[in-house]
Design a protein around this ligand. Sequence first.
Ligand code: GTP
Ligand code: MG
Length: 313
Amino acid sequence: MSRIEDLLENFSRGNVRSLSRLISLVENDPESRDYILSKIFKNVGTGYRIGITGPPGAGKSTLVDNLASKLHDLGKRVSIIAVDPSSPFTGGALLGDRYRMYESMKRGIFIRSLASRGSLGGLSESTVAVADLLDAFGSEIIIIETVGVGQSELDIMNASDTVVVTLVPESGDSIQAMKAGLMEIADIFVINKFDREGAKKFEMELRTVLSMSNSKKDWKPPVIRTVATRGEGIDELIEAIFRHYEYLKEKGILARKRRERIKREITESIKEKLWNKYFMSSRWRDLIDRCVDNVISGKETPFSVVDKILKEI
Ligand SMILES: Nc1nc2c(ncn2[C@@H]2O[C@H](COP(=O)(O)OP(=O)(O)OP(=O)(O)O)[C@@H](O)[C@H]2O)c(=O)[nH]1
Ligand SMILES: [Mg+2]
């Protein structure tokens, strides 16, 4: 553990390289992750987490770059997590995002690309853990970019305080966005690439869809027009984000979200530990295989089998 202790010591002094190394450990090694998180957790809690999601190529990274730079220039301590579901290697994602996030890089904003993996405790959990680290490191605002492709919605919602859904005119129909489940999770809509043809028509469609929603929430997601490549609309977006933050705080939702996040971290960790403890051994795998045989041959049902297995534990 002494290496980790050194890293933690340097981390607490604000050493960025130690932060990077700790993130790698948190990402790759569950045991170190738990130890590291338990050491830093007392400093977690004030970082405000903004999720930016939307279809591939919508301009999310360009938008994040603008947003982070502006927030930085306003005197906020900002950091960025970019989750790339397409690539199993961080290298590719890193280069792409580094290139797109030039302004942020220039300002020394901390950018970390994470490859999402299908491992136990995959995307959501390690993303939350990395955000916790950045939070403890002193980031006031943590921006998390993910591609919204129909499965990650819940993850991004759970990981963020405010969700910004980025759409583009050429994604054509807002119907597509609804199908992807993006509509329900949006606190703020951005129509990026507003310089493109059909932008106004798309905005009208989106507003129509939104006006038909019978959401009982008293927060009505605003629709912001942006041209990320020219930095247009970023001030309006920041204004909307701050407004949502105030709303969350005022209604006690921010505190509730933190509570839920901690609860999820606890339950997920219990699930993982129980699973590893009981079900990773060959003895249990064999037992489960035999149970499956019994279900298939009609001697048992999946449910009777579960009861039996739990009793054995
Ligand atoms: N015309 C126009 N192009 C834009 C705008 N914003 C971004 N782009 C371009 O759209 C392309 C994709 O931008 P990215 O920022 O990489 O988009 P992304 O959503 O992060 O992409 P992935 O992470 O790969 O899903 C780039 O070529 C950008 O220059 C905009 O407002 N208008
Ligand atoms: Mg991107």
